[in-house]
Design a protein around this ligand. Structure first.
Ligand code: KG4
Ligand code: ZN
Length: 341
């Protein structure tokens, strides 16, 4: 079975073709213009999606050596995300479905990240814990099967990527600051400054990063009122990164033990962080937890994870009438009910 996936929930325009769980193509066009504004500008994002979506889909089909006539279904992200961006992808997919008479499978973006550990033919044993950690999300899930997952904790304020980006702004770094902080940290001492680890010892699986941001702000004002000396910048970055990574790993560990689920998937843009990747592999390998952190192109927003889920859903239900309904609505926000701990 071949599935075309389309993902436009934020500022990446992506299309992919998946065949029997394997990626034939995964084209991702990132909108770097937002770097200039220090954050994603929704109006600009949707306009760029409109301009390039047709080309991105064509490229994905070409790279997969496939024609629309050979595609068995179209999977598209319909929630959550920026409303204007979601509308572009889902309307484009609806148009293709109508024109070529193909089933259309609406996919939840976060669900895509949750199961992204299965990309590239990898197998993750159920039950497992997934940490979705990006600029917009920081949540932990207990995943029992393909249809059974529940959120067990999420951030009460800023997402981890948002914390990297906002603290980067305080430090005078560019946007997105996560990769810059990651790079500068390599020359810094992570123990030089002891920044707060929000909710590290709380009884639940929630996160909080706004206290860290405020603490860094006051720290800079008090310690370096005349500007941060260059040699201290790497130390501050390394110390901030350590505070974020330590909390992320500690909450994963806690969830693994609590749910007796010795398999872990970490996905989302922040999973590109080298300290998070290294420390997670080191800590979890030592205690026999199987850990999957997909390659960067499957961690960031991508259509391959959307197509993968589309294929699973289509295989499960067959060409059900539900998959020919074109009246599904895009949904920018989604409140998931949290599992009782
Ligand atoms: O998943 P993503 O591409 O987009 C969404 O937020 O949906 O994630 C982008 C976020 C940004 O906040 C960026 O600063 C962060 O991921 N990020 C990183 C690294 N690479 C990207 N954060 C820390 N270290 C990195 N290497
Ligand atoms: Zn995402």
């Amino acid at each position: 079975m071949k599935i075309l996936g389309i993902e436009t929930s934020c500022d990446e325009t992506s299309a992919a073709v998946i065949e029997n769980g394997l990626t034939l193509s995964n084209v991702i066009s990132s909108q770097t213009i937002h770097n200039y504004f220090g954050g994603v500008v929704p109006e600009i994002a949707s306009r760029i999606h409109i301009q390039i979506i047709s080309k991105v889909v064509k490229n994905a089909l070409n790279q997969a050596g496939s024609k629309m006539s050979e595609i068995d279904g179209i999977a598209v992200t319909y929630q959550p995300g920026l409303i204007g961006s979601l509308v572009v992808g889902s309307n484009f997919a609806k148009g293709l479905s109508l024109r070529f008479g193909k089933p259309i499978i609406p996919i939840d973006h976060i669900e895509g990240h949750i199961y992204s550990g299965f990309l590239e033919g990898q197998n993750v044993e159920f039950p497992f814990i997934t940490l979705v950690v990006s600029g917009g999300h920081t949540s932990l899930f207990i995943v029992k099967s393909f249809n059974d997952y529940q959120v067990i904790g999420s951030t009460r304020d800023d997402a981890a990527g948002e914390a990297f980006d906002k603290i980067g702004k305080l430090l005078g770094l560019g946007y997105p600051a996560g990769p810059i902080i990651d790079k500068l940290s390599k020359n810094g001492d992570p123990k030089k400054y002891n920044f707060p680890r929000g909710l590290l010892l709380s009884d639940d699986f929630d996160f909080s990063f706004s206290g860290l941001k405020t603490s860094v702000r006051y720290f800079i004002q008090q310690k370096f009122p005349n500007g941060i000396p260059e040699e201290e910048l790497s130390n501050i970055c390394a110390s901030v990164q350590e505070a974020i990574v330590e909390v992320l790993i500690s909450k994963c560990k806690k969830a693994i033990y609590h749910y007796n689920a010795p398999n872990l998937v970490i996905a989302g843009g922040v999973s590109a962080n080298s300290r998070l990747r290294n420390l997670a592999f080191q800590i979890f390998n030592e205690v026999g937890v199987k850990i999957v952190i997909p390659k960067i192109q499957y961690c960031m927003d991508n259509a391959a994870m959307i197509a993968l889920l589309g294929e699973l859903k289509l295989k499960e239900k067959g060409n059900s009438k539900d998959f020919f309904k074109l009246d599904f609505k895009t949904n920018p926000t989604l409140k998931r009910s949290k599992a009782k701990v």
